[in-house]
Write a protein that binds this ligand. Sequence first.
Ligand code: GDP
Ligand code: MG
Length: 303
Amino acid sequence: MNAAISYKSGFVAVMGRPNVGKSTLVNALLGQKVAAVSPRPQTTRKHQLGILTLENAQIIFVDTPGVHRPRHKLGERMNEEAQDALEHCELILFLVDASQPPSDEDRLLASRITSLRFAMETILALNKIDLLPYSSMEIKIAECKTAFHALLPQAEVFAISATRGDNREALLAAMIERLPEGEPLYPEEQVTDFFERDIAGELIREAALLLLREEIPHGIAVRVDEFTERGETGAFISATVIVERESHKPIVIGQGGSMLKKIGSAARKEIETMSGRKVFLELRVKVRKNWREDEQAVRQLVG
Ligand code: GDP
Ligand code: MG
């Protein structure tokens, strides 16, 4: 038998302020998958951005929810989760927008990395270099490198474009190099099942937020109560949409149940696309007063 080629696996925390291109980059990397799962990162509150399983490595990309001043229990919990995600990963990938100078938010995020209890392997990716003027590209990249490197002196720096693809491969290789040797943490064929339930919940929430527009900002959670396989006929999912106020319930239900029906139908289509099979979706609405203020409820619904 040949000496086994070492396999690498681990968690990579993707950090960066909103809009720097975190989701775009992870999705692009997942695009070259052997197996990959992408749980709709734009709206997800869960950690996983996706799992990339390659022949020589498996990377689990985790999101670090934004750091903000906690105004309610949910905010606090999200900050805790951000810290948690950082401390339970092997590598931090810090993304910034190369077309803009460092902002206060970049500084704040970088300081969270430098003040961690353990020194973490960190890669700094200057994204969106395709937006830099072509004629002075080299100079601009150098300037940008200097400015951002000052925030994270220990990091290795890559200038990339998530959309155009510049240096994406080099970045991926550098990440793999820094991961510890180890078996895949998630068996390739189980990856989908494992996350399906969570993803389904997120897709329902996403559909509800999309259809309800701004009428019920943020005060919505989805709990998946049942997710069972029904063989050839597909999967049966039963879920509860939880709202904060009594007055929100009729909005979610709509005239004669029309809104809930729309939400269910949109979510079902998304879940079917995600899972590649037929889905029966049953939705109900429940009021849980001020669920965001209730720590236990938040843990149940979000954690
Ligand atoms: P996130 O909030 O950090 O996850 O950012 P997104 O991945 O949602 O990206 C925010 C916006 O930046 C989207 O409109 C992307 O298309 C755009 N974007 C991401 N990467 C690049 C890039 O490399 N170049 C350019 N020009 N735009 C990008
Ligand atoms: Mg995103």
